[in-house]
Structures are given as C-alpha cells and as structure tokens.
Design a protein around this ligand. Structure first.
Ligand code: RP5
Length: 187
C-alpha cells in the first residue's frame, strides 16, 4: 500500500497487482455528511479506496468541475454525488467526465427530498446519472462496488460473499417467522 500523490487516499492493489480504482464521494455541503456516511461505510466494508470532498455546483462550481475533470486521471473509477434542494451537483460532474456518476438525493428542507430526487433523475438525454433513493447513500456505495467489481475479480468475490451473507440472514429470519406463526405455535 502507498499513498497516491496529492489525493490523500491509499492505493490498494487488485489480485493481479494493478492498483485498485478509487471512488470519489462529493457532497454539496458539510451538512450532507451524515447521509453520505452510508456510502463511505459501504465502500470501507469492501476496502475500496475513497476520496471525500465538499464541492458545490452553485457555491464552488470551478472547484467541482476541476475535480471531475481530473478524477479519471487520478485513478478514480466512479463518482458519487450527494446534494439536496436544487441538486445539480451530479449532473454538473457528469457533464465533464465519462466516469459513471451515481447521484444521492438528500432530504433537506420542505419537500422530503423530492426536489433533489427530481433534479437528479430528470437528466437530459446524453448526460446520464444513476440516481438512488432519497438518502440512499449506502446503495450508492454498493453500486460503486458492483461497477468496480466488473474489472476486479477479488472485489467480485467479496461482493458474492456479501450477497450470500445477506441471503443467510433473510433465511434465518424466514425460519424464525415461520416458527412463530406456525399453526398451533404459542397457543
Ligand atoms: C445543497 O443545499 C446541499 O447539498 C445541502 O443538501 C443543502 C443545504 O446546504 P447548507 O445550507 O446546509 O450548506 O446545496
């Protein structure tokens, strides 16, 4: 492991010795951090290197554009953008990079996140962003892992194990519920 120059994140290796791609997590405000921690946690569970920034499409547009333009060259493979209200961040990033961009609409203010959801999901043809649920940062992290796993067999194996453990938990819950509500049980 070594630190990638200038990015502050660790370089980890894939099974074949080549560097693992990282994920850039961008939020429009520090007030989005508690939601975006869902993505950070998911990526850490899989050992995916990440870079986390506050960059605003409206307040620091030049910084946001510079970050997105340089991202692929710095080894970032996927961008995740979380924002609330008039949430243009994911679309602005996607406008200047060919990396996949995942948008997280954040509930902020009076519309329960519907404002940000519509702003993110209604991208014009030609500039796609993949939008997850309102405050659905964990799924954004997991989707980023799936994308990186397409070219990383070790990560693909880890994701298969993750799915198996989820299935095992649901089967255990199924068993418990069936026992609890079986005809004659507890009567
Ligand atoms: C958006 O406005 C941010 O993404 C945040 O969700 C919302 C409120 O920002 P702050 O006023 O808390 O900085 O741009």
């Amino acid at each position: 492991m070594s630190t990638l120059a200038g990015t502050g994140h660790l370089e980890r290796e894939k099974g074949d010795g080549s560097p693992m791609k990282s994920v850039g997590i961008v939020m429009g405000s520090a007030s989005d951090a508690s939601v975006m921690e869902g993505a950070i946690e998911a990526l850490r569970e899989f050992g995916v290197p990440l870079e986390v920034r506050v960059l605003s499409a409206h307040r620091t547009p030049d910084d946001a554009l510079a970050f997105a333009r340089d991202a692929a060259g710095r080894g970032i493979g996927v961008l995740i953008a979380g924002a609330g209200k008039a949430a243009h961040l994911a679309g602005v990033l996607a406008a200047v990079t060919s990396l996949p961009v995942i948008a997280v609409p954040i509930e902020s203010g009076g519309f329960g996140g519907l404002d940000a959801l519509l702003a993110m999901v209604q991208m014009p043809p030609g500039v796609p962003v993949a939008t997850v649920a309102v405050d659905g940062a964990r799924n954004a992290g997991l989707l980023a892992v799936r994308i990186l796993a397409l070219s990383d067999e070790g990560l693909a194996d880890a994701y298969r194990q993750f799915r198996d453990s989820m299935a095992a938990k649901v089967r255990a819950a199924d068993e418990g519920i069936r026992a609890r509500y079986a005809e004659g049980a507890g009567s």
